[in-house]
Design a protein around this ligand. Structure first.
Ligand SMILES: Nc1ncnc2c1ncn2[C@@H]1O[C@H](COP(=O)(O)OP(=O)(O)OP(=O)(O)O)[C@@H](O)[C@H]1O
Length: 250
């Protein structure tokens, strides 16, 4: 039986008492690669923020790896890449290696000190992400694509079992984007990393995701990608033309 990496039951969540998400129920199993799609303002980021505890849901239950949210402490099992680069101050005075090392903090209790294990994990991740040659460069000097790769390395440095990515490819050129997707697919296949990927890149997601969560404040569809392509929801909401784009796998 496969393990539930994430379980969401009856989730209502929003801001200042006004619900955005309405009664969401779904489960993500270990090794799933879930594409989360939906129009602007449909609550995709709100869902991620609720799952990670960045906002407090109004109602409902969330479990991570079988543990109810309130008791969950193993944040090092989860990697998170937030939306866009806007959070990132380009003048942030840190090198590539230092930024990646920040990802190790999630696993530490106070006093938070870095040790040899952290150095080894950082070195391994830099190699893996093919950014070891720029380890001493200042993060602010890098191009948007490289910076995104560094931030992904930060999300991966604990070798998370669940990786949550909020529109990670917006700043990337087509080649870097393709490479990025390939990397995620490899992690999913080879390490069984569970991936939850929010994207507007509907033309690409079908090539990689095994499941699709179509959100519009509530769950419009959740299930296998192929099933989605045949569903009435798909044509009803995206239209015939988009169906061709979303479901066309190469
Ligand atoms: N901090 C906030 N305070 C109040 N309302 C917010 C806040 N963040 C988001 N919202 C509102 O919640 C709704 C859902 O926003 P959310 O960012 O979750 O949508 P999304 O599906 O991720 O959108 P997009 O595709 O544009 O990134 C929107 O109406 C948005 O205006």
């Amino acid at each position: 039986m496969s393990i539930e990496a994430l379980s969401v039951k009856g989730l209502c969540s929003g801001y200042q008492g006004a619900d955005v998400l309405q009664d969401l129920t779904f489960a993500v199993h270990s090794g799933d690669y879930v594409g989360v799609v939906g129009p602007n303002g449909s609550g995709k980021s709100t869902l991620v923020k609720s799952i990670l505890g960045l906002i407090k849901p109004e109602r409902g239950a969330i479990s991570l790896f079988g543990t109810p949210f309130a008791q969950f402490r193993d944040w090092n099992r989860i990697g998170y890449l937030p939306q866009g680069l806007q959070f990132f101050n380009p003048n942030f005075p840190a090198t590539v290696a230092e930024v990646v090392r920040l990802g190790r903090l999630a696993a530490k209790s106070f006093p938070r000190r870095f040790d040899r294990n952290d150095a080894a994990a950082v070195a391994k991740t830099l190699q893996w992400m093919d950014i070891a040659h720029i380890r001493d460069k200042m993060i602010g000097e890098l191009s948007g694509g490289l910076r995104q790769r560094v931030l992904l390395a930060r999300a991966l440095v604990n070798e998370p079992e669940l990786l949550v990515l909020d529109e990670p490819t917006t700043a990337l050129d087509p080649e870097t984007r393709e490479h990025f997707y390939q990397l995620l697919a490899d992690m999913n296949r080879e390490r069984n990393t569970t991936v939850i990927l929010i994207t507007h890149d509907t033309g690409t997601i079908g090539r990689y995701a095994t499941k699709l969560l179509y959100l519009d404040k509530r769950v419009i569809f959740y299930g296998g990608f192929d099933e989605f392509c045949k569903s009435a929801e798909m044509t009803g909401f995206f239209g015939e033309k988009a169906q061709h784009v979303v479901c066309h796998r190469h």
